[in-house]
Design a protein around this ligand. Structure first.
Ligand SMILES: CC(C)(COP(=O)(O)OP(=O)(O)OC[C@H]1O[C@@H](n2cnc3c(N)ncnc32)[C@H](O)[C@@H]1OP(=O)(O)O)[C@@H](O)C(=O)NCCC(=O)NCCS
Length: 136
């Protein structure tokens, strides 16, 4: 699945496995770690799409729907939903694949805005020619 998505410039996936250092005091995946993974997959997509430096301007609408356990695999999917003048809005979803499960379960979702920056760290117009139409 990942290889097919990554051929599409509007999508990016990555997969993690939950290790000891990723856990919260209750033994499940720490929410801050999952947020970091979601931020990273969206950043990968923003940079791959724009070929410019990008930073997170906003991270919102985050929901944690199911706990994630040690040894679970977490697949993260980022999708561009809007391209502005200097910003890109990306929806991110995370699914877990439990140790003995066959079907992924949705565990979290969020929306993030990334801004393309020039060498002075100021917003600059996105110059990438869109390869696919973005549905606004
Ligand atoms: C992101 C940053 C460059 C925006 O600078 P700014 O001067 O406020 O930018 P502007 O007002 O010119 O807005 C630029 C674009 O970003 C969008 N934007 C800025 N802040 C936003 C926010 N909080 N939510 C949604 N969009 C936002 C604007 O709508 C605009 O989009 P458009 O050009 O597509 O219309 C600046 O706030 C910054 O450097 N923040 C720190 C980023 C960072 O370090 N992130 C990592 C977190 S540790």
């Amino acid at each position: 699945m990942s290889m097919l998505y990554e051929k599409n410039p509007l999508l990016q996936t990555t997969t993690k496995i939950v290790m000891m250092q990723d856990l919260n005091p209750y033994g499940n995946l720490f929410g801050g770690t999952l947020m970091g993974w979601m931020d990273q997959v969206a950043l990968m997509l923003a940079v791959r799409y724009t070929r410019q430096h990008c930073v997170t301007a906003k991270f919102s609408e985050i929901s944690f729907k199911e706990p994630v356990q040690l040894k679970d695999m977490v697949e993260l999917l980022a999708k561009i939903v809007k391209v502005g003048t200097t910003s890109i809005t990306i929806e991110i979803t995370a699914y877990k694949l439990c140790f003995r499960c066959t079907e992924p379960t949705l565990v979290a979702s969020a929306t993030a805005v990334f801004v393309a920056l020039n060498d002075e760290g100021r917003p600059e117009p996105i110059i990438a020619a869109p390869m696919f139409e973005v549905e606004n």
